[in-house]
Design a protein around this ligand. Structure first.
Ligand SMILES: Cc1cc2nc3c(=O)[nH]c(=O)nc-3n(C[C@H](O)[C@H](O)[C@H](O)COP(=O)(O)O)c2cc1C
Length: 189
């Protein structure tokens, strides 16, 4: 199976990278997979110019994005992937701006060829709220007949007003592992 992991955090090895690592470890229990990682923070990705450009034709795929930057490696990786993992912290009520910039550029790929028939997995770290992310991915996957899986780990204790390192949340790590295992098993059966 081909797995694409889009990392949204600027913190390497932080909460959401760790969730992704556990998820992949769970998948690996069910067999070998080809995994590609993209760390949005390290990539040169221009903003989508939207209606000021429309070089992609606005029809989701035939022309592709005319902007030549690191996104050109993401398009084929997305197209080929069976499982697409989005690992991101919540920042100001949504995904990080790095990941959002990457996703905006997928406007050039909004078609069944890129979004259909896949398992999309959302791995979220958050302090207070994560619903906006789940709602968004549910809508996208429903539109393309893909499957949506999400798990969110609260990395904050409101009672003590303290951030909780992910290593202190074994339940979340186990949940991510189990989700990886479950998806790998269901995809290969
Ligand atoms: C700048 C900033 C903004 C944040 N905004 C939110 C937010 O709007 N909602 C929320 O629930 N958590 C918010 N958080 C908490 C992070 O989502 C949380 O700490 C997450 O586990 C960090 O994951 P990471 O280690 O992968 O970067 C914010 C954290 C930072 C640093």
């Amino acid at each position: 199976m081909r797995v694409l992991v889009l990392h949204g955090s600027a913190r390497k090895g932080g909460d959401t990278d760790t969730l992704a690592e556990r998820f992949l470890a769970g998948m690996a229990e069910e067999g070998r997979h080809e995994v590609r990682h993209f760390y949005a923070i390290d990539m040169n990705i221009a903003h989508c110019r939207g209606a000021a450009c429309m070089g992609c034709g606005g029809d989701g795929g035939s022309a592709g994005c005319v902007v030549q930057d690191d996104m050109q490696a993401v398009y084929p990786a997305l197209r080929e992937a069976d499982v697409v993992v989005l690992a991101t912290p919540m920042f100001w009520g949504y995904m990080t701006s790095q990941l959002k910039t990457l996703l905006d550029r997928l406007e050039a790929a909004v078609s069944p060829a890129y979004f259909g028939g896949k398992d999309f997995v959302l791995l979220i770290g958050y302090r207070h709220y994560y619903g906006s992310m789940v709602e968004w991915l549910n809508r996208i996957t429903r539109a393309f007949g893909s499957r949506c899986h999400s798990m969110a780990c609260q990395t904050y204790d409101p009672e003590t007003d303290r951030d909780i390192p992910i290593a202190e949340s074994p339940k979340c790590l186990e949940e991510a592992f189990a989700l990886g295992r479950q998806i790998a098993a269901s995809c290969s059966s």
